[in-house]
Design a protein around this ligand. Structure first.
Ligand code: BGC
Length: 347
């Protein structure tokens, strides 16, 4: 009997150890495709919450930083609660993401953080999440109201739905201002106008629309004449950015004075094309991005990029998590939470 008891005790202890060591994995890297979950530190006596995080695409430099920061910030909360995180990769496919949301609902998530693949599908997705009684924090891709502004009913009419993001008008304006503040105001060849190439992100995304519009508006508001040589969609993608810049440089040659990219990934591609074309940033061409990825900040400091704009993934992810926690506790949340962009030029 004694032997049986000690065997049982050993079994219970070993099972306990297995359970404790089953701590989960971090959503790492850019490769995409895999779902991942992470169980944060458990403290005695707190609540346990299931948190679903749906990202439009893991294969996106900026959203990878954002996603990793959501995880590490949840891990650092230390508020006595346990947060079971589940990250899913929408693979830039709205149908796939819609299925993932259905699964989150079936699994009974307590809160959902959602980076939509397509904001045009926001209504349908929000409706089902609200109907399931799950609070929702939208991030990064803002669904706009009919007036093209923050009058979106899916947010205004639903007290448990909010958007956390940055105002893309500001990032576009900062890009234009960086050029307007240059000694030659971007007019390298002195012909009285700034001849530029625009490389856009996903045109369905308001960040792309506003950055395209407001970067040029900042120049014209400063009284600078502009000439658009080319405007192409690079879908936030480095390889596409490189292709577009290479084509524009071979077609327009020395006429190209400024290349505006809606994000840094595409600016990295454009930088490679600029070097391949034998051009030199700061001497015969200017190059602008948005995000302030580490490698781009380094390039700004060593002169191979003219400027970028910090898209504060740390501020945005922390705000998104703080708001999600508020909603989990049943506290009232605002409709919109904004995080500022910051201009980055050579220091
Ligand atoms: C970022 C891009 C990113 C996009 C994804 C934008 O705010 O600047 O780098 O690809 O969000 O939606």
């Amino acid at each position: 009997m004694k032997k049986l008891l000690s065997m049982l005790l050993a079994l219970v202890l070993s099972l306990g150890l297995v359970a404790c060591s089953n701590g989960g994995t971090a959503p790492e890297g850019n490769e995409g495709g895999e779902e991942s979950s992470a169980e944060e530190t458990t403290n005695e006596g707190g609540e346990t919450y299931d948190v679903g995080v749906a990202i439009y695409q893991f294969n996106d430099n900026f959203m990878t930083l954002y996603r990793n920061e959501i995880e590490s910030y949840f891990g650092s909360l230390n508020d006595g609660n346990t947060y079971n995180l589940k990250f899913v990769d929408g693979k830039n496919d709205m149908a796939e993401q819609s299925n993932q949301i259905d699964s989150f609902i079936t699994e009974g998530m307590d809160v959902i953080i959602l980076n939509l693949v397509q904001t045009s599908s926001a209504d349908a997705i929000i409706d089902k999440i609200v109907a399931a009684g799950i609070p929702l924090v939208l991030i990064n891709r803002e669904p706009l109201g009919e007036d093209g502004d923050e009058s979106y009913k899916g947010i205004l009419d639903n007290p448990t739905v909010c958007y956390v993001g940055a105002d893309a008008r500001q990032s576009g304006t900062y890009q234009g201002e960086i050029v307007a503040e240059l000694p030659d105001k971007g007019d390298i060849n002195g012909d009285g106008k700034v001849s530029y190439v625009m490389i856009e992100g996903d045109p369905e995304n308001v960040d792309a629309q506003y950055r395209t519009e407001y970067s040029i508006k900042a120049l014209t508001d400063a009284g600078i004449e502009v000439e658009e040589l080319d405007d192409q969609v690079g879908n936030w993608d480095q390889t596409k950015g490189q292709e577009i810049a290479a084509n524009a440089l071979s077609q327009y040659g020395d006429k190209v004075e400024v290349i505006f990219c809606n994000n840094d990934a595409m600016a990295l591609g454009a930088a490679a094309a600029i070097t391949a074309a034998g051009r030199k940033v700061g001497e015969d061409i200017y190059l602008l991005g948005v995000d302030a990825l580490d490698e781009c900040v380094e390039m700004v400091n060593n002169g191979t990029m003219t400027g970028t704009v910090l898209n504060d993934h740390i501020g945005q992810s922390h705000t998104a998590v703080d708001v999600a926690v508020k909603a989990l506790k049943g506290e009232a949340i605002d409709n919109y939470y904004w995080v500022d962009y910051v201009k980055v030029t050579k220091n």
